[in-house]
Design a binder for this molecule. Structure first.
Ligand code: AMP
Length: 292
């Protein structure tokens, strides 16, 4: 039976800080025959995360949201220290949505310091987002593997917003025969198209106004899809180049099945990946297109 009865609908979800305590609770859930769904997050929850949690509820009876800012996936010059930590508000946002929150400390997850054992994302982890953030995907996969082993869910939810992340997690699950199904959830956007992100709070007003061009570039690219891959890329690039406040990091069209770049003459599904610096923030977004 789900714990989400009418009486608990507005109550804050129980918070587990210790792996042993969470596992003991989940043992009981499993014994009742309930399917567990994991939603891994770093907190600072917004409507994008809530979409993952709401979809999780459709897939199983017991929804666990993990909130953990994973040091392993941050580079030395990245925003680990200033990454927003808003546990109280996050719990309120999960009231009536999650059955449990797993919010471990760094020492709970890494009692011996950064793990000597790591998952390698391989070549595909060193390109695009991985080229700009060396080691990011190895750190991400390592914590996702730990979370999957701790929670042992039937399903784990990831946002399509982080397309390379979903690809790499799906490949890890395939390569290592992990007994879990990965569900990708479409990107939730602001009304002007900006993809929701915990890092959008780094956008000061002028940068926020310019940031809409990231989405507009993807929209222009989609409009050009009948003219082939190079036209798609050119349409996106010219939109970005027209806005000096947006500095393009990478723009590439990949085959979603392999994450390898595709070129003119290619026909089939494409994921268009874009990353750009806008003011203090680094934004990533993507679109899925069919080139016919
Ligand atoms: P994060 O807390 O940024 O690590 O994100 C946790 C999960 O939420 C990841 O699977 C993200 O891809 C997903 N996510 C973040 N932003 C969005 C969004 N705007 N729409 C859908 N999913 C998202």
């Amino acid at each position: 039976m789900s714990e989400m009865t009418a009486a608990t609908r507005t109550a804050l979800p129980p918070v587990f800080e210790r792996i042993d305590d969470l596992r003991a609770r989940l043992g009981g859930v499993r014994a009742d025959g309930d399917r567990i769904v994991l939603v891994p997050t770093m907190g600072a929850l917004h409507a994008g995360h809530r979409a993952l949690v709401d979809r999780a509820r459709e897939l199983g009876e017991y929804v666990v949201v993990s909130i953990f800012v994973n040091p392993l996936q941050f580079g030395p010059s990245e925003d680990l220290d200033r990454y927003p930590r808003t546990l109280e508000t996050d719990l309120a946002a999960l009231a009536g949505r999650a059955d449990a929150v797993f919010a471990p400390s760094v020492s709970q997850m890494y009692p011996d310091g950064p793990t000597a054992t790591r998952i390698s994302a391989g070549e595909a982890g060193t390109v695009f987002e991985g080229a700009s953030r060396p080691g990011h995907f190895d750190g991400m996969l390592t914590v996702v593997a730990k979370l999957l082993n701790i929670v042992q869910p039937s399903f784990a939810m990831f946002g399509q917003k982080d397309a390379q992340q979903v690809y790499l997690v799906q490949r890890m699950v395939h390569d290592l025969n992990l007994p879990v199904s990965i569900e990708a959830v479409p990107t939730v956007r602001e009304s002007d198209g900006l993809a929701l992100s915990s890092r959008n709070r780094y956008l000061a007003a002028p940068a926020r106004a310019a940031s809409v061009e990231v989405f507009s570039a993807l929209a222009d690219a989609a409009d050009a899809r009948q003219h082939g891959v190079e036209a798609v890329l050119a349409a996106a690039r010219s939109r970005i180049e027209a806005e000096p406040a947006v500095k393009l990091d990478y723009l590439v069209a990949v085959d979603p099945a392999t994450f390898l770049p595709v070129h003119d003459g290619y026909r089939g599904p494409v994921t268009l990946l874009l990353a750009a610096a806008v003011g203090e923030a680094r934004l990533i977004d993507n679109a899925q297109l069919l080139i016919e």
